[in-house]
Design a protein around this ligand. Sequence first.
Ligand code: ASP
Length: 597
Amino acid sequence: MSPDVPRVTCGALTAADVGRAVELNGWVHRRRDHGGLIFIDLRDWTGLTQLVFNPATNDTQSAVFRQAEELRSEFVVGVRGIVQKRPAGTENPKLATGEIEVAVESIRVENESKTPPFVVASDDEPAEDVRLQYRYLDLRRPRMQRNLRMRHTIVKAIRDYFDEHDFVEIETPNLIKSTPEGARDYLVPSRVHRGTFYALPQSPQILKQILMIGGMGRYMQIARCFRDEDPRADRQPEFTQVDVEMTFVEQDDVLRMMEGCVRYVWRRALGAVIPDPLPRLTYAEAMTRYGSDKPDLRFGLDLVDVDDLFRGGAFGLFASLAESNDNRIVAVRWPGGAALSRRDFDAVTELAKQFGAKGLAYVTFAPDGVKGSIARFVDDALAAALRAETRAEDGDALLFVGDARGAASDVAGKLRLEIGDRLGLRKPEDFAFCWVSGFPLFEKDPETGEITFSHHPFTSPAPGQEALFDSDPLAITAQHYDLVLNGYELGSGSIRNHTVEFQRKVFRRLGLGDEQIEDRFGFFMEALAYGAPPHGGMALGIDRIVMLACGESSIRDVIAFPKNQMARDLMMDAPSTVPDQALRDLGLRIVQPAPVT
Ligand code: ASP
């Protein structure tokens, strides 16, 4: 169409434009035939404009009307027409362009569309596999448009924040040697150097440390990370982090810099005010009060230890559990829980078992006394003590989990979240950040029983704990911190080992011999030996940040082209086989897995 008529976007026109001749381009979002009139909502990335086709006016108009009859969902068209006010009573206040419509005078079909496998304009959620296979159609949906725009806004705010604080964004390579973060590496075979492999970065960890050794005092990067982990509900084999590292800092400096970033981002992207400073919890505190190292602080209902109250009492199971400090008896208050039926409690007991509990005990409080599965063991004195400890009131229930310390905390923490969900206390529009720190440096691998790192092998222990390396390594506290939001870990960081001696000590404690250290990390050990400054940093998961900011519950909804839950790209059909020649070039042969008999 010729340029004399101004081209406008579909979200732009208002009542002030009435009478103007305009051109619009976009997709047919919705078509409605109304007794001789046709309405089409035309869509582009900025919004919707209602087009109206009236057959009656004159010959040109009736020709255009006949063209409009042929239009189908997702056809791409350019139209010209006159902006007019919608008739009184038909305005749509929910739409930016809801006061006007465009009476179309000419139309050009730029492209047709096959019938889409789902209706882009519908609010009904298509099956996820179909969304992922036809991602280009899914991306046309207003929700995905909004989410990816929010992602852009957030990433831009992150870059601006770090720029204002004198950080330099530096790209690090993707074809590297392994940087362990506790997952398997994705490997890329080298054609030029047969039989050798690059590893894709699990994170830029070693490289950003080397940047610090290289004198780049404040680094940040929006970095892609690759981790080959067993597929889990909301994991992606590749994901994006804002990766940060700073020299001459202590833990507190990193925490303050990073929380400044989330405050800035939340203010810019959502207009939300986040507390300054953020609450800080130790790992031990988080486990005790919330049964999780990523507590959801949008609501209270803290777990309460009641071992003392049951010790030596009438309820034999709890009385004996309370004898050992390795166990824990936890009460979780359920406000209003006394109104639940026996069947409700049976269902909650089932749930607790799914969480790993052996069983669940409960009592309810009402003016006429204590009821519930262990009511017969709860005399007046115990009832009063329980109410005092847990602040339970008439109408409340208490759920009790008694087990080995870790298991009891875990189950009680999950029950707390369940109660929070049922009472509507976990609102997506509330944001409760907190820091968790004071993690152990090492932990026991549950499968092998070997000592492994809790965070990654570059994390330094808190000062003054050297002696514990040999005597009690599991008791060493790390200078490692997590940022948590609404029960999700947004990211982790640590102060790093910056002397070669200390780094060697950690590697050795992890069971690596000198030869393995040399082979896997020799270059890094060498770099540490040339005046490595004290340094520390952290990385935050952008996908999770955007997910929570958008009120979504899956990171797949804030990534343009995610893999599905089985790590497959359904649109491209990846991973896929390659021609034999490609394998020969790489010197590779595929060994088929033995058939399962
Ligand atoms: N490499 C990150 C760090 O800065 C942690 C992570 O990737 O989870 O400590």
